[in-house]
Design a protein around this ligand. Structure first.
Ligand code: NDP
Ligand code: 8X3
Length: 251
């Protein structure tokens, strides 16, 4: 079995890679930080004896996505699973106060990047008559919180794209799953707050957040259901979270 996981240099993507490798899947791993990607690929190959192909590119760069994925060796093109995970939030601000550069980064990565990668991989799955696309959405795909309009919009878009893919891929027998995590302690908040560690750690004050490994288990479960069923849409939150905006924090 072969899976391609975007954004494998940290957080969910890295944990998904580790779990799939431990289950003897061969992997294609992507991200921009080459040092982390190569270290992970070497470690997983040594630990589990699986094949791991690290591919360094920015999902926002359509030419790079097409060129790098297009040059993948044939044995790795026989993909059983694509996990569209690479993504981020940039800033937390009202529409009237946001930096439009942050909007570009989020829309280009979370929406267009996911589409660019999918556009290359899905035809290979159609050709083989099998495959499974797993998109990482968010609770932010299901409702909207203050100062989060554009991040939430990108994740609502991922939700819509997953629904559309499901219809388009129905005749081809390709599964589409949307996994929507709530508050998870990864590098997500550090990236959102541009390296401000104190502000990032406050996001998880008074709650026991999701760990990256929790989401890896959900993705692996979805990827290993029998051929006749598919998990379409999964929402996972910490026990202390009811929705994007309702979080019960212990003092
Ligand atoms: P991390 O910041 O830990 O990981 C994000 C990953 O995405 C990194 O591997 C990063 O790699 C990659 N990435 C970001 N931008 C690009 C880009 N332009 N090109 C290629 N790769 C990119 O965050 P998470 O693991 O938490 O986030 C993973 C996904 O989960 C995202 O889509 C996020 O929106 C979503 N999510 C996160 C939640 C949370 O609370 N943590 C909750 C719900 C959803 P590199 O920088 O090396 O390129
Ligand atoms: C990331 C979680 O709550 O910041 O998708 O939207 S949240």
């Amino acid at each position: 079995m072969v899976a391609l996981i975007t954004g494998a240099t940290s957080g969910f993507g890295k944990a998904i890679a580790e779990l799939f490798a431990s289950k003897q899947w061969n992997l294609v791993l992507t991200g921009r930080r080459a040092d982390r990607l190569h270290e992970l690929a070497d470690r997983l190959t040594k630990l589990y004896g699986v094949g791991v192909l690290p591919l360094v590119f920015d999902v926002r760069d359509r030419s790079a996505v097409e060129a790098v994925l297009g040059s993948m060796p044939l044995e790795y093109r026989a993909l059983d699973v694509l996990v569209n995970n690479a993504g981020l939030a940039a800033g937390l601000a009202t529409v009237q106060e946001s930096d439009p550069e942050d909007w570009d980064v989020m829309i280009d990565t979370n929406v267009k990047g996911l589409l660019y990668v999918s556009r290359v991989i899905i035809p290979w799955m159609i050709e083989r008559g099998t495959g499974h696309v797993i998109n990482i959405g968010s609770t932010a795909a299901k409702d909207v919180y203050p100062s989060g309009s554009v991040y939430c919009a990108t994740k609502h878009a991922v939700d819509a794209i997953s629904k559309g893919m499901r219809i388009d891929l129905l005749p081809h027998g390709i599964k589409v799953t949307n996994v929507n995590p709530g508050a998870a302690e990864t590098e997500f908040s550090l990236v959102r707050f541009k390296g401000d560690q104190e502000r990032a750690s406050k996001v998880y004050d008074g709650i026991d957040p999701i760990r990256a490994e929790d989401i890896a288990e959900v993705v692996y479960f979805a990827a290993t259901r029998p051929p006749h069923i598919v998990l379409n849409d999964i929402i996972v939150t910490p026990l202390a979270q009811a929705s994007s905006s309702y979080i019960h924090r212990k003092a």
